[in-house]
Design a protein around this ligand. Sequence first.
Ligand code: FE2
Ligand code: FE2
Length: 287
Amino acid sequence: MSTPTKKIMGIDTIDPREEIAKRESARATITSDLAELEISPETLNPKLLGGLERLAADSNFYEHSQHTSLGLQNVLKNFGASPETIHDARFAALLHDSGKTGPPGASPAEQKTILDLYNINVPYDTDADYNSLKVGDVARNTARLERCGIEPQMSIRKFWDNHSRWTSENLQAHPEGISDEVRILAASHHAYKKDPICNPYQLETKGFPFALKAMFAIDNTEAAFTRSNLSLPEAIARAERIINKNAELEKDPEMQNIFKAIKDLAEQGNFLLGELHVEKGLERKVA
Ligand SMILES: [Fe+2]
Ligand SMILES: [Fe+2]
């Protein structure tokens, strides 16, 4: 989404009325999502909420998080997970990409510059582009990025992978109302990747919670479905290919069961966009 600008005396300025309206609508959306989880926004740190608002107002990542949250609910219900597990996973899904506004100390202008860089749709499944492209090749304000530790020669892949670390730092700096379980789930959503930056709590693959494995599958499916415009079965297949690059997860029976379940669910409807009613007999056990 591009920022509305107005030419005033030859200078591009952001229209404050549009900006305020966008932020208010973002806040209303977030408040209503939190209300569904029986969470009052006053219990969370205003800085954390501000970051989520920016995500919702200036990118598609909050919408992606909403779809991921709904998808997780459908999958975890299908496995008969407890209401508490479903609640925590849904909340973690709403928070998981909050690191795309940068580290906790970033100023509003720095947050915007970082988010704009995440908004550039680099085809993330083509490793060649992703590794060879540098931050300095695409960023407009490299000075602002450098103040947040993002050097122009950093590869776009490395920049992209930094958001898991920033999610963990943001949640640690603004911990009010967020349990350890939710924080770890949210910040570990790319822990299937090899780079330790994607696994800020250094979880071992065999210790990944079931809900986290479901998050890997749904987050990647949603990203492929929305950002790459694939059909739902194609998006699931791409998510499976990405996660199966981790040889341990490829052989993991729980991970295989999750993919089997979401392929079945996809035949009943789009589990990212609406609540599905699990038929009796389809429910699977988590263990
Ligand atoms: Fe992410
Ligand atoms: Fe995501």
